[in-house]
Design a protein around this ligand. Structure first.
Ligand SMILES: Cc1ncc(COP(=O)(O)O)c(C=O)c1O
Length: 316
């Protein structure tokens, strides 16, 4: 009798493809101490076409990674085109025929010779790693129960919110922890001005009783999500709805007919209650459901008019 041996999972680490489980980082890794890393979360979706898998908005994610890295003075080792090939190669090596989450991470590693001990960005080397993990939808299909957090979002004047910086996520983790302790799934975070910013790993949209759709502007200390931009474009092209990008007061959450979140991980997800009070009917609303259906069609490659958002992974 032969026993099937699970194929190793590969990572792209420090310029080469290696077994992910074999990667070791020194305890002195600077990003571990100071949160000085940047990352991306990208999804590849199973397709019905000739390519069994395609990556959604890969270019936009890699461009944001490069901008985030620039904020921390990290020079990525490869161009966007080269990184694209690395991601596709990694997916092939990991034989990811099903939905997969891709996590590029660029991080400060070690003090260069002559750099004195301390918190800093210059004079510190950086390293780059990409890993993948098989991952389908992970938020409850019936929607999220949210809490308006007492933990305020770190303002951009302190840490630029447009950059996806690892250290910033301590802020989000504290908010999530509070939400869980109060029997909720996720946190809605306010800015220092009391207006809505975003959820822990997603942007937030509010649908009014008059059918208007609003979301906080990029100046509201949010990460300008790629799914957020996708949702805004789908609203315009599919439903003729112009999304209002404007400050959203916390009080509007209680009045809203529908609230939903957008993010690579959560995709399009209804918020069914806020602070234990139902939003609208307490179930996914019509606007959210319509958007979710189109988004699903688009990411699965069933809408040729949006094919430019998908990078096919051939020969898996
Ligand atoms: C704090 C935060 N806001 C918003 C988002 C949504 O961004 P995107 O749609 O690009 O995944 C994420 C997820 O990356 C996030 O971590």
């Amino acid at each position: 009798m032969t026993t099937a041996v699970a194929a190793p999972l590969y990572a792209f680490h420090n310029g080469e493809f290696v077994e992910a489980a074999a990667v070791r980082l020194p305890l002195s890794t600077q990003a571990l101490h100071y949160g000085t890393g940047v990352f991306e979360g990208i999804r590849a979706y199973a397709q019905e076409g000739p390519a069994k898998l395609a990556v959604f908005r890969l270019r936009e994610h890699l461009e944001r990674l490069e901008r985030s890295a620039g904020t921390l003075r990290i020079q990525l080792p490869l161009s966007t085109e080269e990184l694209t090939e690395v991601v596709l190669d990694l997916l092939r090596r990991n034989n990811s025929g099903g939905d997969t989450y891709i996590r590029p991470l660029a991080y400060k590693l070690a003090l260069e010779p002559g750099t004195p001990f301390g918190v800093r960005l210059s004079g510190v080397s950086a390293q780059f790693t990409v890993t993948t993990v098989r991952m389908g939808s992970y938020v409850p299909s019936e929607g999220l129960r949210c809490k308006v957090s007492t933990v305020r979002r770190v303002p951009s004047v302190s840490v630029p919110s447009g950059a996806k910086i690892t250290g910033t996520y301590a802020n989000n983790a504290l908010a999530v922890e509070e939400a869980h302790a109060e029997g909720c799934d996720d946190a809605l975070m306010l800015g220092l001005d009391g207006n809505l910013t975003e959820a822990s790993t997603s942007n937030v949209f509010v649908v009014g009783r008059d059918g208007s759709v609003a979301t906080p502007p990029v100046t509201a200390d949010i990460l300008p999500g790629i799914t957020r931009a996708t949702a805004i474009e789908l609203f315009e092209r599919e439903f003729g709805t112009a999304v209002e990008e404007r400050p959203v007061a916390a009080a509007e959450l209680a009045e809203a007919e529908e609230v939903f979140t957008t993010g690579t991980g959560v995709e399009i997800c209804p918020v069914t209650s806020i602070d234990h009070r139902k939003v609208g009917t307490g179930r996914a609303g019509a606007v959210t459901s319509k958007l979710r259906d189109v988004y699903d069609e688009v990411v699965r490659g069933r809408r040729p008019d949006y094919a430019s958002w998908l990078t096919p992974v051939h020969s898996i």
